[in-house]
Design a protein around this ligand. Structure first.
Ligand SMILES: [Zn+2]
Length: 105
């Protein structure tokens, strides 16, 4: 995933080097499915990106970082987005509960 502009400042100054170190560790292959950086799958050119397993850009411990292809990264993020949406819905519901009493006669 490209770095979102609002998150850019959350990345460390040496992110380039850190990214390179993770890619080296992964031997330039996706750490989950093993596909090589720069190879192709169907019509898609594989570009490895670095995923933060806890989705926190400040948490740059190598254990928290994975070199992933687009498919693995998207699948991982989709799971996270699902959970986040669930939490947002829950929070919204809780808010609704709070205010629902006000509307009672
Ligand atoms: Zn992969």
């Amino acid at each position: 995933m490209p770095i979102k502009p609002e998150n850019r400042t959350r990345y460390p100054h040496n992110w380039k080097q850190m990214r390179a170190a993770i890619l080296d560790r992964a031997r330039h292959c996706c750490e989950w499915c093993g596909i090589a950086d720069g190879s192709t799958r169907g019509a898609t050119k594989i570009v490895l990106t670095i995923a933060h397993l806890d989705h926190t850009p400040e948490h740059n411990d190598p254990d928290n970082l994975r070199a992933l292809c687009q498919r693995c990264h998207l699948a991982y993020d989709a799971k996270h987005h699902q959970q986040t949406a669930y939490q947002t819905r829950r929070a919204g519901k809780a808010k609704g509960d709070l205010f629902s009493n006000e509307n009672k006669p």
